[in-house]
Design a protein around this ligand. Sequence first.
Ligand code: MG
Length: 434
Amino acid sequence: MKLFGSSGIRGIVNKEVTPELALQVGLVLGSRKKTAVIGRDPRVSAPMIEHALVAGLTAAGCDVTKVGMVTTPTLAYAARKYECGVMVTASHNPSEYVGIKLWNPDGMAFDSAQQEEIEEAIEKENFSRVTWDLIGKITEDQNAIRDHMDMIKGLVGNSKLRVVLDCGCGAGSTITPYLLQELGCQIITLNSQPDGHFPARNPEPNDQNLSLLKKAVVAFEADLGIAHDGDADRMMAVDEKGDFVSGDELLAIFGRFECGGEKGAVVVPVDTSMMVGDYLEGSKIIRTRVGDVYVAEGIKQCGAIYGGEPSGSWIFPKISYCPDGIYAAAKLVEIVREKKLSELRAELPVYATKRGALPCPNEKKAEFMEKAKATLEPLGTVLDIDGIRVELENGWVLVRPSGTEAKVRITAEARENVDGIYEMAEKIVREALK
Ligand code: MG
């Protein structure tokens, strides 16, 4: 039984993710851990799922501390004082979704082995209920947000910038406006009242969903705009001209400041622009599968200074292995204090990218990838951890089966002639699909 994806358990509430399932997750987890901390995002369904989890955890004898509505990085940071953390969130998914994500004390999400252990235990009902006198205690901690803010304030300097902040009515509303204000900024908030109906915009902080923020930054003559997803592990930005800053650009800008001239390792997913490596000249770029969990695992394995996922997840291992959109927001403001965001962007190399897809039935994907690999291998250095990425002299190409659709995706990036590289890759893919 597959319950967990790369972002924990996630699905439509009362269909895929039910109180019964949450109760079982609680029973299984509570049978293995003595203490847990639990938080939730503003979703309408989150308190219901939270209550079921707490019932399961305590029935198995685990003491539970509730921190209420918080961001995912706040919960992951709070988990350091417990044996595990539990976050009820569906991140950037729309209102009808809910999810459960489990955390280790070091801020690392449960890895695949830990998730499989939980799945197997649920299937085999491998959990125990304790007698009345051993039922877990339930307490509340009102200080989780304050602790998280204080940790960040200890690491990031003050700035007096004018910032427009769009929390998308998500959990970021509970912390980022207050933190940036305490750091000296003048804050103009948009959609910063938590509301699980997400009335203002889709919670995903991408270019098309941030049109209001882009206009507001220009209208208020702000220095920058910042946006979160529903649980604020992600952060994206808009420069002072009202232009959306791409994930690759933010990845490179944070990388430059985190490495601070050191030649450390930086971890990125396979589909990240080679611009990042060129800009962070001297740093070792380590590539992982696509997904912030894999980036976090990569950072831990090789002791990297920093890593990120261009969808908006920035991981600073000195504070936590959990992507922290709040720390990232404070850090970006500190960076922009010295130089305008548009000027920082202008320093970055720009390469052409071309993306496309060809139809491929799901059952044929494995066979196709074998064939494609054999043809692509002689062209350059191949990395096949997630699709097939071929490093060419003047660029790279990635052939990757879609996780959700019956398609194979092709991405090409090049310093010159991206069309030529893309067409060559597409020809190979067409052949392999025959
Ligand atoms: Mg998220």
